[in-house]
Design a protein around this ligand. Structure first.
Ligand code: XMP
Length: 314
């Protein structure tokens, strides 16, 4: 049985031993990086610099959310605006693994630059067990390169510290609950962000469209769960597809965009089932999306389990 208190005590001791100088950590507002940042901060105090890298691939208002979460804990986060760097590097990139490596590489370059300014020799990462298992660690074949694992170039100058490496998500959540972090129940969000949910080329316009859809999907699912109409799923999000289809607005033909809704029930993200949401809820989401974002005229629901599909589309 996993003991969160024991884990926290041991992790802080280990971090104290391991990190001799200054360290940097990129926080995303997710459970893993927030827990990793908190433990490291407890171990080395202000020798840790937490940064939020605004990649332009995040959901709406994430920078404000992340800053507020950390200020509630008592930690100060530096926000780095790297939107242009990420978008330029992703220009013309369509292959999912290439997207992941481009994003990973950009992250590392941003860390290195900021680490140099801060005089840090260590990079703390919130990597958890499924990240490296699915990236081809151990005996498994690589399914996809999780950005905080596979994107790390061989010639990285920073020493990598991964305090959550052996934990599964439910254990990280238990640690977050034990510490009292307000993000303990937050749904996972992939490191490469919305770039792996915009299928095909990632452009600012497509990212903005997906941000608007994502907000509708998240708010409707969270409202339904809060009212007790559904159980809170493991993950719920939208994917913008690279195909257009014919539709009708009023009496006019439109040739619009298509989004897929993905809602998954799972324990650890390693496997999962599509969530059998009530049709009335799916219809409400579909109507809101097509009414509020007129360029979208088709909404489909992904009814594939993992396996054979993965949770994210890329
Ligand atoms: P897949 O798509 O592999 O996703 O079934 C399993 C879980 O991992 C999340 N995911 C990521 N998390 N970096 C992360 O930190 C990544 O590169 C990444 N890719 C996928 C995904 O959202 C799901 O919860």
């Amino acid at each position: 049985m996993f003991d969160a208190k024991n884990f926290v005590d041991e992790a802080i001791l280990k971090l104290k031993e391991e990190i001799k100088g200054r360290a940097i950590i990129a926080v995303s507002g997710g459970v893993d990086s927030t827990v990793a940042a908190y433990l490291t901060w407890k171990a080395i105090g202000n020798r840790l610099l937490p940064v939020f890298i605004d990649t332009g691939l995040m959901r709406k208002n994430e920078d404000v959310y992340v800053k507020s979460i950390f200020s509630r804990i008592g930690m100060d986060v530096k926000v780095l605006n790297k939107k242009d760097d990420f978008l330029i590097s992703l220009k013309g990139v369509i292959d999912p693994e290439k997207k992941r490596s481009v994003v990973g590489e950009r992250f590392i370059r941003a860390f290195e630059e900021e680490a140099k300014n801060f005089g840090a020799e260590y990079l703390v990462q919130g990597t958890i067990a499924p990240d490296w298992i699915e990236s081809g660690g151990g005996i498994r074949e690589r399914i996809k390169t999780h950005h905080n694992v596979g994107g790390i170039p061989e010639n990285i100058k920073l020493k990598i510290v991964e305090p959550l490496r052996d934990l599964y998500k439910d254990e990280v959540r238990a640690v977050a609950r034990y510490i009292g972090l307000p993000i303990s129940e937050r749904q996972p969000f992939p490191g490469p962000g919305l770039s792996v949910r915009v299928i095909g080329e990632v452009t600012e316009e497509r990212l903005n469209t997906l941000r608007d859809v994502t907000e509708i999907v998240e708010s409707e699912i969270e409202a339904a769960a809060a009212k007790g109409e559904i159980q809170m799923p493991w993950q719920y999000f939208a994917v913008l597809l690279p195909i257009r289809t014919t539709g009708v607005h009023g009496d006019k033909r439109v040739y619009g965009e298509t989004v897929a809704i993905r809602v998954i029930d799972s324990l650890d993200g390693m496997s999962g089932n599509y969530s059998q949401l009530p049709h009335s809820l799916l219809e409400k989401i579909s109507i809101r999306i097509t009414n509020e974002i007129p360029k979208i005229n088709r909404v489909v629901y992904d009814i594939t389990n993992k396996p054979p599909a993965t949770i994210e589309w890329e």
